[in-house]
Design a protein around this ligand. Structure first.
Ligand code: ADP
Ligand code: MG
Length: 470
């Protein structure tokens, strides 16, 4: 039964119907996919769970949402001047940046990308941080700034417990990193020690943050209504501007802060079982194939690192059940975890948007599969269902945040290749958020490179706060 108020939501979250030449086959495929699709009532239930987990997290009760205080209590005020460094770790590219500010706005940027080999990403912490320090000094020396005292903001896009703006204890690695001996350590200290071992620059690490905070801060220089930072890239997470009086966890002395950025860490939403009612066998298999199993439940439903794998697991299941690629020699390539990347989902979704088949055919061709018309329809249907589920989940959380923030107008700053390149995410999000948070005025903007620029901007904020207290 659909509650009348949710009728519009129910209608909006329908995906295109699957039409096949064989109706029995259609029915079987739809049955397999049924648990991937939510009713409006399920969407509301997820929203309730998210709100409850947020409340528990912020009140420091057990919750899968960390609701971490970032200790970024204000945005730029237009007085920031000079040179600031940033280190961006945790995205696809590791980078060092230099930002020159005048009147609180960037006037020059220099960036250098560095490659981190897999032996460093999954080894011990010291070689990894020594390498980070080596890249910082290589960059600083190449800029001729080795004798200049430079504040550095460290974007470390992994879950941390922050004791202050410049102390961040690593909770767990995610994505493609796993250096177990860094867990429970302060990553700022690891970086400072590595820089000290070299001793060839005057870099001062003044702030640690993650890419969501960087995105919010960077976007706030473009749109002063920005109150949410969202990442939809390799991983997914969000942060928002919270009223300081609602935040219980506050370690350093308070100085009359009115707001503070809270890092939700929603990648782990559901790790305590509260979302088990939406978990499918496909999700269980996706989790089992991931680098760190039994963690980051929510991220594995939505983020770029996993969305393609969810689709692949489904396609492999349908193939095994004789519902897909019948008569084709089983493609080992498609049966191998990790082989269907999320960029391919975007390409297939583009076909659905255009009513075409060429991308889908080409991609399947690369897996050695020559699909018939029904195969193509099924593959497109699965991509749409998985993409739609991801979008709905993100929209549910954003709608809850808009209610929590309760401001006249809120801009949501989004960064990440999944958001940027997926042909339907943005439109679906606009539609779903409006229906889930009726009456709330919001805008989605694409904020590029918050994890880089944002970190330099946060280091400028940190310097300003420090001076004020001196
Ligand atoms: P990061 O999150 O690592 O900082 P990005 O925001 O560029 O970097 O996200 C990279 C991730 O985005 C990739 O892991 C991939 O999963 C996903 N991605 C890349 N290209 C596309 C695309 N065309 N469509 C959808 N997702 C994509
Ligand atoms: Mg990024």
């Amino acid at each position: 039964m659909v509650v009348p108020a949710d009728h519009a939501l129910h209608e909006a979250i329908q995906v295109s119907s699957l039409i096949l030449s064989d109706d029995v086959r259609r029915q079987k495929v739809e049955n397999y996919m049924a648990e991937m699709r939510f009713s409006a009532a399920t969407a509301r239930k997820i929203q309730d769970v998210f709100i409850s987990e947020m409340n528990k997290g912020i009140h420091q009760q057990p919750s899968s949402l960390q609701m971490e205080n970032t200790y970024v209590p204000e945005l730029l005020d237009g007085t920031e001047e000079g040179l600031y460094l940033a280190l961006d770790l945790g995205g696809t590219n590791f980078r060092v940046l230099l930002l020159e500010l005048a009147h609180g706005a960037p006037i020059r940027q220099e960036v250098q990308r560095y490659y981190i080999g897999s032996e460093l990403r999954v080894g011990s912490a010291i070689p990894l941080f020594d390498y980070l320090a080596e890249c910082v000094s290589d960059f600083v020396i190449s800029q001729g700034l080795q004798d200049v005292e430079l504040p550095l903001g460290f974007t470390f896009s992994f879950p941390m417990i922050q004791h202050s703006l410049d102390v961040g204890i690593l909770v767990t690695w995610t994505k493609t990193f796993n250096c177990p001996d860094a867990v429970n350590k302060d990553v700022v200290r690891l970086l400072r020690e590595a820089l000290d071992r070299r001793g060839d620059t005057k870099v001062k690490v003044v702030a640690v943050l993650n890419d969501t905070t960087g995105t919010l801060v960077q976007a706030s220089t473009l749109d002063h209504n920005t109150a949410i930072g969202l990442i939809l890239g390799t991983g997914s997470n969000a942060c928002y501007l919270e009223r300081a009086d609602r935040v219980e966890h506050w370690e350093p002395e308070r100085h009359g802060e009115r707001e503070v950025i809270i890092d939700i860490e929603w990648g782990a939403f559901g790790d305590n079982g509260v979302l088990d009612f939406i978990k499918t066998d496909f999700d269980r298999e996706n989790d089992a194939n991931s680098l760190i199993a039994n963690s980051f439940t929510f991220e594995k439903y939505i983020a770029g690192k996993y969305l393609g794998e969810v689709v692949r697991v489904i396609l492999a299941k349908l193939t095994k059940e004789g519902l897909l690629f019948v008569g084709e020699s089983t493609s080992d390539s498609l049966l191998t975890p990790g082989n269907l990347t999320t960029d391919l989902i975007s390409h297939i979704e583009q076909d659905s948007v255009d009513g075409g088949v060429s991308n889908t055919k080409e991609i399947l061709g690369k897996f050695g599969i020559i699909p018939d018309e029904d195969d193509i329809r099924i593959v497109q249907y699965v991509c749409e269902v998985a993409s739609n589920r991801a979008t709905l989940l993100v929209s549910i959380c954003l709608a809850s945040l808009l209610d929590r923030i309760d401001k006249e107008q809120v801009t949501i700053a989004v960064d990440g290749s999944l958001y940027k390149h997926h042909p339907r995410l943005e439109n679906w999000m606009k539609q779903y958020i409006s229906l889930l948070a009726p009456g709330r005025k919001f805008k989605l903007i694409h904020a590029e490179d918050g994890s880089g620029k944002g970190a330099a901007l946060v280091s400028a904020i940190a310097q300003r706060l420090k001076k004020r207290l001196q």
